[in-house]
Design a protein around this ligand. Structure first.
Ligand code: GAR
Length: 204
């Protein structure tokens, strides 16, 4: 039985695309993307999912009275789709223990830096690369880690270093980190965990 995967997104969805491509070319073979959830109605990631026949859901935070109600709706969808593994791929919202405790060691995130550098609250997307350049680091990279209630605080699964060049802009650095690290690590981690969950028979 394949591990059933949900991918949470907020933006362009290039990491989602890497997962879809991995599913097509057999790198991701022990799991299958069943649902893509976005907290942004017009996120291009949703189009990528639709183009590939993957179910989508838009869950806007502002439609809910509070964080618990919002997370309850996400949990409801996880139940309906019988999701075993959650992948945060450019999801720009912090989830609390109310949600994360339901998926211990079953939820991962990709972060565009070498944790514990440039991570935690306020470090997301391009801001991470702006901070890395401002600090003047010569090496950065990406990290795939388990998600718990501490932003970017869960156990590290995979990391890959990427060189910072003298003439980098945040945009150029972001692109290199994606190409050389994120789009490789995330599918690898997805397959690793999918295979493990399927083997241990620990599907939900
Ligand atoms: C990626 O670089 C991802 O690592 C980062 O946002 C970008 C999303 O791009 N995520 C975070 O900063 C989360 N803290 P994408 O939508 O093209 O995958």
């Amino acid at each position: 039985m394949l591990t059933r995967i949900a991918v949470f997104v907020s933006g362009g969805g290039t990491n989602l695309q890497a997962l879809i491509d991995a599913q097509k070319n057999g790198i991701l073979k022990s799991g299958r993307i069943e649902l893509v959830i976005s907290d942004v109605a017009d996120a291009y990631a949703l189009q990528r999912a639709r183009n590939n026949g993957i179910s989508t859901a838009i869950v806007l935070r502002k439609k809910f009275s509070g964080q618990v109600a919002y997370e309850d709706e996400l949990l409801r969808l996880m139940d309906i789709y019988q999701i075993d593994l959650i992948i945060l791929a450019g999801f720009m919202r912090i989830l609390t223990a109310h949600f994360t405790e339901k998926y211990p060691k079953r939820m991962i995130n990709v972060h565009p830096a070498l944790i514990p550098s440039f991570c935690g609250k306020g470090y997301y997307g391009l801001k991470v690369h702006e901070a890395a350049l401002a600090y003047g680091v010569k090496v950065t990279g990406a990290t795939v880690h388990f998600v718990n209630e501490v932003p970017d605080g869960g156990k590290i699964l995979l990391q890959k270093a990427v060189e910072v060049l003298d003439d980098d802009t945040p945009e150029r650095l972001q692109k290199r980190v994606m190409e050389q690290a994120e789009w490789i690590l995330l599918p690898q981690a997805a397959e690793m965990l999918s295979a493990e969950l399927a083997k241990r028979g620990e599907k939900k």
